[in-house]
Design a binder for this molecule. Structure first.
Ligand code: ZN
Ligand code: ZN
Ligand code: FE
Length: 759
């Protein structure tokens, strides 16, 4: 007795080798039927003996190709027909709507083996790939995802490649970037003026130059890297100097896990992430080893480490000459990464001695992703290559919304049905290149996802470029979303919560509904609305932006607030080291309220404590003082915590910092260590937030807490607070799919705007 079933598979099942996989499963079992792509995924019809069909259905999700992600299987009985074989039905042009395009994927084990097999026809070929690996997102121009709509269109396949491409049982069946030495892209080495250097083996020459301490721009998947030998102090210093990057840590690429283990601590969870198909940069605790030059990540206990992910990277390391290569984005400071050969030659002329380029075009830039593994959970610091454009799967269907993000670490987000698509890391919108990239990313994502937004969501800050852009799109309804509300909504969305929840939104800067600069906020929120339940007391931000670059200003601001003119009598190193003249000017500004907006920022509180503890007076990159204060922590059970005070003002709790600064100054006068001071400060915050959580539970009966905002990139604080709140019986939700910082903001904006819509 035969049965026939129809199986609708949704999720990421196109362009990932899913159809050949099903073809193989069916033919192995001698089952009949067909498979074809649809707008929502694939539809399979399968016919044969009931037991075999059942076994087939059960196997489908179990052995799916590595890049497939099945979100739903809908199965129904249909009537049998006379079909005698199993076939792949080619969809008609226009019908094949690829809703989910795969991200770029690291070279797979099979391709790696072939590349180093002297008898393989792709021996040492730098662009080897298959349906399980290679570029996707960064080479797509439009949909459907087919060779003509990728940057591989200009490389007609040779007979051998075409045969693989057309064989359903081949690993390269419909692998759009399929290529070989005969028909595909090639590598060239250029000098810094953009002239081709005539060498037999450009890769070997690049290796030789790197070994000699030179800086080589290497074209990767989503852009150019600037590479330098990470064990060579002079080379790394030269790179810093040329890139005008003073202290912000560089990441290093290492040949394999063993090499990573020599320089860093790696646990099982981190190991798994490092080897994943996404190959993000993973922040790891440094070991005491002098292998990697100190200049790579100064003043930092952590080091960003990643494994090679393109065939070309593996060829560079195959020389055996490098234990670690600094691989930093090919750009000047915060500008977008260079992607085009000619553009790179122009922009990187003063930065690189050589360029290792190739003629497969990168159509869209996509930086490396950065993660940190805390409590066994992957936390995104920057969600980009390898993850984009995989959507965040939402609990409910949403209208089409474009959310434009914030100002720094910008990403944008488009919603469609149950999917929220976040863009790659766009970065800072302050420079004109960044702004151009922002517009390009919106246009590209709307096109490949076929989304025409009905609503635009933007941050309330009137000066953000993203806000101005949103308000200029007069044809579409625009909804302003408060920054910290967006942070909490983002955390709710990826955790499939409806709210209301208690939300801790801690970060550096976000425009408040009262026009002040918020940043240490406790909200009671659902998607549509929020109430500000508690926040840090306001202090002056003397000099505005300048105070963000110079943490000592925040320290003076807090001391002036809590000690008045007595601050000069404080017998602590910070005060003794103050420049009297500069400080008097600052105190005048504060007193006269000139260019000194009020802020409840948590980031600025970290800055003040870091400055007072003589850890950092001026920063060279965003959040440097807070990062170094975290690095200084020397935890011990007995070290205790600094006190805060909670004062009820109307229906808001104000978190007072006076007791904190009195205790801190006493410690400083006594000469307590930086490690102890930092630990007490962190512990104090944890105690204070735990108390607020309890007060709010009494008031609202809510038990679910969302933690969001850039401050939660601080592992000591997030670990400690999560543990403490869990002990108190709360349900804690954190970010695991998008960054807690402003890189995840657009997701929350979209959900808030969508739900205001409904209301
Ligand atoms: Zn492969
Ligand atoms: Zn070929
Ligand atoms: Fe923020």
């Amino acid at each position: 007795m035969e049965v026939r079933r129809q199986i609708e598979v949704s999720g990421i099942v196109q362009g990932v080798g899913f159809r050949p996989y099903i073809y193989r499963l069916a033919t192995e079992r001698k089952l009949k039927g067909n498979i074809c792509n649809t707008s929502g995924g694939v539809v399979i019809e399968i016919q044969g003996p009931a037991e075999t069909v059942q076994n087939f259905v059960e196997t489908v999700p179990k052995e799916a190709p590595p890049l497939a992600r099945i979100t739903n299987l809908a199965i129904r009985e249909i009537s049998c027909n006379g079909e005698q074989t199993f076939s792949i039905i080619h969809s008609h042009a226009g019908e094949e709507v690829h809703t989910l395009i795969s991200p770029d994927v690291a070279i797979c084990a099979d391709c790696l083996r072939e590349m180093f097999d002297p008898s393989d026809r792709r021996y040492l070929y730098p662009f080897i790939n298959c349906t399980n690996c290679g570029p996707r997102f960064t080479i797509v121009r439009g949909i459907p995802y087919d060779r003509p709509s990728t940057s591989m269109a200009v490389f007609p396949m040779c007979a051998a490649c075409r045969a693989e491409y057309e064989d359903p049982l081949n690993r390269r069946f419909h692998a759009q970037p399929n290529a070989c030495w005969d028909c595909g892209p090639q590598v060239e080495l250029w000098d810094s003026a953009g002239r081709k250097i005539d060498v037999v083996d450009p890769v070997a020459e690049a290796v030789w130059q790197l070994q000699a301490g030179k800086i080589v721009a290497v074209k990767g998947l989503g852009g150019f890297h600037l590479a330098a030998d990470g064990t060579n102090r002079a080379a790394v210093s030269l790179l810093r100097e040329r890139k005008r990057r003073v202290e912000k840590p560089f990441a290093v690429m290492v040949p394999d896990l063993a090499a990573a283990r020599e320089i860093c601590e790696i646990d099982a969870a981190a190991e798994k992430v490092m080897q994943s198909a996404q190959r993000p940069i993973v922040l790891l605790l440094k070991k005491n080893s002098d292998l990697v030059a100190d200049e790579v990540a100064p003043f930092n206990r952590y080091l960003g480490v990643f494994l090679p992910y393109t065939p070309l990277h593996y060829l560079l390391f195959n020389s055996g000459k490098f234990k670690a290569l600094v691989m930093t984005s090919g750009n000047l400071s915060e500008e977008p990464i260079a992607i085009d050969n000619a553009e790179a030659a122009k922009r990187l002329r003063s930065l690189a001695d050589f360029l290792l380029v190739h003629n497969r075009k990168i159509l869209l830039r996509c930086d490396d992703s950065v993660v940190r593994v805390v409590n066994g959970v992957t936390r995104h610091m920057r969600r980009s290559r390898g993850f984009v454009p995989v959507p965040v799967f939402l609990k409910d269907k949403q209208p089409a919304v474009l959310a434009v993000g914030g100002e720094l670490k910008n990403t944008i987000c488009l919603t469609k049905g149950e999917h929220a698509f976040l863009s790659q890391h766009i970065g800072d919108l302050e420079n004109s290149e960044g702004y151009g990239f922002f517009e390009e990313a919106i246009e590209h994502l709307e096109r490949i996802l076929e989304i025409q937004p009905e609503t635009i969501a933007y941050d309330l800050h009137p000066d953000y470029f993203s806000t101005k852009w949103a308000l200029a799109q007069s044809a579409i309804r625009a909804v302003g979303v408060q920054h910290h509300h967006a942070h909490i909504a983002s955390c709710m969305a990826e955790n499939h919560l409806d709210g209301p929840v208690i939300g801790f939104a801690l970060d550096g800067t976000g425009y408040g509904t009262d026009g002040k600069i918020w940043g240490g906020e406790v909200l009671v929120a659902d998607y549509a609305e929020f109430e500000r339940a508690a926040h840090f007391e306001y202090v002056r931000l003397p000099g505005g932006e300048a105070a963000i670059r110079e943490p000592w200003r925040m320290a003076v601001s807090y001391l002036a607030r809590h000690f008045g003119d007595d601050l000069w009598n404080l017998d602590i190193p910070f005060v003794r080291n103050l420049d009297r003249r500069k400080t008097d000017v600052l105190l005048q500004m504060i007193r006269k309220e000139v260019n000194s907006p009020l802020t409840s920022s948590c980031g600025r509180l970290f800055d003040a404590v870091a400055a007072l503890a003589c850890i950092r007076q001026q920063v060279n990159y965003e959040a440097q003082a807070a990062v170094e204060l975290e690095m200084a922590v020397e935890p011990s059970d007995a070290c205790g915590s600094y006190p805060f005070e909670l004062v009820l003002d109307g229906d808001q709790w104000i978190i007072g910092t006076r007791p904190l600064f009195f205790a801190l100054v006493e410690d400083l006068a006594r000469g307590s260590s930086k490690g102890t001071i930092s630990a007490r400060f962190h512990n104090g915050l944890i105690e204070c937030f735990a108390e607020i959580a309890s007060l709010l539970r009494k008031k609202t009966q809510l038990k679910q807490i969302c933690l969001s905002g850039g401050t939660f990139h601080n592992a000591y604080l997030s670990q400690g607070l999560e543990k403490r709140l869990a002990e108190d019986g709360f349900e804690i939700f954190t970010h695991h799919e998008v960054p807690a910082g402003d890189g995840g903001l657009s997701l929350g904006q979209a959900l808030v705007a969508a739900n205001r819509d409904k209301g």
